[in-house]
Structure formats: C-alpha cells, structure tokens
Design a protein around this ligand. Structure first.
Ligand code: SAM
Ligand code: SF4
Length: 364
C-alpha cells in the first residue's frame, strides 16, 4: 500500500537539479543539527572470505570456485591492531563471509581480548546466525552489528538468493536490537529486477526497523557472479537514497560506502554532503585484500589519507567518539512519540554533552 511516507520517498529518489540540491541541503542540515560537523571514522578488518551463502550479487558466494579462500590467523588480526591503528579510528568492525568457523576461531577470541584492553567501539558484520551466537559475541564485548536486508521485498530477496530468508534476517535484526545491540542495516540499490515499488518498499521497511544506522550501497556487478554482466546502479538515485534515510531517521549513523567511488570519483564526498556521517578505513592486510572481492578485484581501497581528505572536502571533521557510544546515547534520548524517530530538539544538546565527556576516554 502506498502511504504518504512512501509517496515522498518514491518522489525524492528521482529528484534532479534544483530539487536534488534542496533534498541534499535539507539532509545535510538535519545531519548537522544532530551530529554537528563530525563524521565517525571506523576501521574494518576483513577476516575471511569463506561463505556458506550463495548470494547472486557477491563474489564471495560459495559457488565462486575461482576465489582463493582465506581466514586470517588470530595473530595476523592482533598484529593489525597492535601495530597501531590510524589515529582517527574510534571504532573497529570485523567483516567476513558467512562462516561460523571464522566467527568462533578468530572474531570471538580477538574481540574478547580487545574489549578488555581498549575503548574502541567494536562491531561485526558476519551474517545471519543462530541467535545464541550473537549473545556470545555480545558477551565477548561487541556492541554493534551490521546486518543488511539488501532488498525489502521477500520475492526479490529470494530471486537474488540473499542469505536465508528476509523473514529470518528481520528476526535477527529485531533480536539484536532487543538485546541491546546498536544495529545497522542496509540496502543494495539498483539490484537487477528492482522496481520503483520495490525500492519504496525497501526504504519503508528500513525506516520501520529498530536501527541505529543504515547504509545504501550502489549495486556493482561482481566478477565471478551470475550478475557480472548486469548494469551497475545509478549514482544519483543512490545518493538521493542516502538523503532520504537521513531525513527519515535523523539520528541514524549512515555510512558513505567505498563502492560509491566505483560509480564516480566524487561519489564518496557527495554522500557525505547528502547526509552520510560515517567513513571506513580498510585495515585488511594488503596480501589478502584482492581475495575479498567486494565488489570486484581492483576495488577502491579507503586508506586513512583518502578518508580524511574526503571528510575535509565535505566540510566536516573526524569525530573523536565512537559511533556506538554516540548512537546508544542518542537511542536512549529519542522519544518514542517523536514522528519518524526524529530527534526532539531538546535532546540535541544532551548528545553534544555526552560526546564531550566521552571524548576524554577515546580509543587507544
Ligand atoms: N556475509 C555478511 C553478510 O552478507 O551480511 C557480511 C559480508 S558481505 C560481503 C557485506 C555486504 O556486502 C553485504 O551485506 C552486501 O550488502 C554487500 N555486497 C555484496 N556484493 C555486493 C555488490 N555486488 N554490490 C553492492 N554491495 C554488495
Ligand atoms: Fe556471503 Fe555476505 Fe557475500 Fe552473501 S553477501 S555471498 S552472505 S559474503
């Protein structure tokens, strides 16, 4: 059913020229009203590329026999962290194919050690698992989980062979939120067979979930996948979707994703100007980066230098605080009665105060 909410989102996706500029300006002002000029900087370590799933769009799908599979040794992960993270990094994310082995043997023990030693905000993006495994990760010290729905239409989800079922993915998201995680989800915009109805439905579903953040990634046809010959997503619509998410949920942490730079050299900076407020530095050891084909070999690697330059070009500055710390204080200050989860004006000052206090105990 088309509601007023999905109506404006559907129209805004198509905005161009003056309407597009106005949309982004509103999104940027909204972001600044909640977060000021600050953009969160997290590091990501891609700890393995084994995957039991077979998503049609992803180069790590289990049927891609051409891929050299790896799992990082715990010591290799410890070295990345121990040799000194870039000074701007306040959060660390562990990402992998859906692989219970890497979760148990690498991620869990490393998070356990890390949580005892540092104040980094720790998050994971590992896939859909038995809910008890999420409890174990939380017990170890992780606080953020990234679980994207990819598309909000169950038939489309099945067609693209996304992990398990949409229902199960949603159940996991709700469970994580109920058990105190900061949950971020996301959408791959422009997947084959996406229609305007499916796009609007996906945005509506995302905006109804108990999330702390959400991303929009443009679909990039991946090598070694059944969709390698498909058309890539349209950058302008992807950026409009970033602005729509910001306006729909002002308190969300919305990443600028590196795939935007595969669409256009300015894609990343433009996302930061359209309402995004999180940038990710890739910390995967260089020997393994090419084996993590997100989105294809020769992917655009975001180094600290590139991330800081993009933040500066967007007229912003790196946040001294972890997105997880800030988003949990925001969640607790968002009134359940406020429309579309927007931030009541009175809570914005509280968040700024929390931010100043926690910046004294920043990540080591
Ligand atoms: N396996 C975990 C999962 O699927 O949740 C985490 C790792 S997976 C590589 C991280 C994300 O990559 C997926 O959620 C999906 O949105 C994104 N991705 C994979 N292939 C993509 C493509 N061709 N274009 C855009 N995004 C893609
Ligand atoms: Fe596996 Fe995630 Fe890629 Fe799907 S998107 S094939 S679950 S790594």
């Amino acid at each position: 059913m088309r509601t007023a909410e999905s109506g404006w989102r559907r129209e805004a996706l198509e905005a161009r020229s003056d309407a597009q500029r106005a949309l982004w300006d509103r999104a940027e002002s909204t972001r600044k009203a909640v977060f000021g000029r600050r953009v969160f900087v997290r590091g990501v370590i891609e700890v393995g590329n084994f995957c039991r799933q077979n998503c049609a769009y992803c180069g790590m799908r289990r049927d891609n026999g051409a891929l050299r599979r790896f799992r990082l040794a715990r010591d290799a992960v410890r070295r990345v962290i121990g040799e000194g993270l870039p000074a701007s990094v306040t959060d660390l994310n562990f990402q992998a194919g859906e692989d219970p082995v890497v979760l148990r043997e690498v991620v869990l023990p490393v998070i356990e050690e890390l949580a005892n030693e540092s104040r980094l905000g720790i998050s994971a993006c590992l896939g859909t698992f038995d809910l008890r495994l999420y409890d174990e990760l939380k017990q170890a010290g992780a606080r953020g989980y990234i679980l994207k729905i990819e598309t909000g239409d169950a038939a489309h989800y099945r067609l693209l062979r996304c992990p398990g079922t949409l229902e199960r993915r949603l159940e996991a998201i709700r469970y994580l939120a109920q058990t105190g995680w900061s949950v971020s989800s996301g959408w791959i915009h422009g997947l084959p067979e996406e229609t305007p109805d499916r796009a609007a439905e996906t945005l509506d579903l995302l905006c109804s979930l108990p999330l702390a953040g959400c991303s929009v990634s443009p679909f990039i046809p991946g090598e070694g996948t059944p969709l390698s010959g498909a058309q890539a997503a349209d950058l302008e619509r992807t950026l409009n979707a970033v602005a729509i998410l910001r306006l729909s949920s002002p308190h969300w942490v919305i990443p600028a994703v590196s795939a935007l730079n595969l669409c256009h050299a300015s894609g990343y900076v433009r996302a930061l100007r359209a309402g995004a407020n999180l940038a990710t530095i890739n910390l995967t050891p260089s020997a393994w980066r090419d084996d993590y084909p997100l989105y294809r070999p020769g992917r655009w690697i975001m180094t600290e230098e590139r991330v800081l330059r993009a933040i500066e070009e967007a007229g912003s500055e790196p946040s001294p605080d972890s997105w997880i710390a800030v988003s949990s204080s925001l969640r607790s200050s968002v009134s359940p009665l406020s429309s579309r989860g927007s931030i009541p004006a009175s809570s914005v000052g509280d968040v700024a105060t929390d931010r100043q206090e926690s910046s004294e105990g920043r990540a080591s």
